[in-house]
Design a protein around this ligand. Sequence first.
Ligand SMILES: Cc1ncc(COP(=O)(O)O)c(C=O)c1O
Length: 398
Amino acid sequence: MARGIMDLERAHLFQNYARYPVVLERGKGSYVFDTQGRRYLDLITGIGVNALGHAHPRIMKVIREQSSRLIHSSNLYYHPYQGRLAERLTKMSGLDRVFFANTGTEAAEFALKIARAHGRSIHPQKYEIVSLDNSFHGRTLGALSITGQPKYRTDFEPLLPGVKFVPINDTAALEAAVNERTAGIFLELIQGEGGIFPLTHEYVLKARELADRHGALLVADETQCGVGRPGRYFAYQLATSPIVPDVIYAAKPVACGIPLGFVIASERAAAAIKPGMHGSTFGGGPLACRVSLEFLDILEELLPSIQEKGGYFKSRLEDLARKHACVKEVRGFGLMLGMELTIPGKQIVLDAISAGLMINCTHETILRFLPAYIITEAEIERGIKILDKLLRKADSAR
Ligand SMILES: Cc1ncc(COP(=O)(O)O)c(C=O)c1O
């Protein structure tokens, strides 16, 4: 059966994904099950989307109720949940105005349009964007234009003009790149796809200063590092004196697998967007918004435990790093963790699947862990035990 499903896809789908040879059928909590009934501990959760694990009873209940009432209404009309969710997000972030999209890349597109419109409202030549090397902001052409990784960009060039890339945590390079023509500085507080690289407080502070000095917007992409994953609502809130961006955007876990993304902006940044300048057919539909409200209620209860469990997971990964020569470093905050290897990680990911563990490898050598916020210590231990064995095998094969 699994073979037939894979062959059918191979015959009819674009071959843009390099899938692992597993056909998933269902999930429960931190586990997923394939069509053969095999169980896997899920430490990647659909790349950070299934934040409450699989089949969470409260999320299922809300989906059931709302899908029998109204799934979609378009943005021609009001529904009861968009305003409530927007209010909630402004309270969580300290910013003022919200737009709903469906995905991270779409949210990035609107953030870019805000920066461009903001710049243009000051001067027609104020359209440059400063972004970071090794960043990832999405696959649409705008988001790709500010993604600092040639492997994603090259086939589609030329992309948007006026984008400068600077190395992360290099304040001098950042200072040299930002000027009066800069409309926005885009950054991920913790680079995710790039391999779990946190920005230093000093660097973010410099970005804030430069944005203020040159009338540019500071934009934080919290798609992977935010919405509870770092143990705070947003990664910029990890600092003891948080540096508040002008614009934040996110997607992934926001509605636990129902597509939903958002952009939150300060009143000053939002002022550049006038009626008719942006929109979305699906964005902020009643089902997605209602699920998201339920998710945020649950997140409030879970937030203190995310830092605690993340700290525990990180310390156990560090134990493995001390034990295994093939591990170079462990990085990350909360439940967004990475383990950099001295060897390619692909075989470890494949061996992990055979051993009943779902993890992911980014940038060839960095194992990435984005578990569900409901993960237990016992489940973390189970993952560590499997990893320990896999790393031992990798050590001996070196
Ligand atoms: C930081 C960041 N921004 C944007 C995106 C794009 O999100 P999506 O795949 O939902 O378009 C991702 C996806 O991994 C991401 O990690």
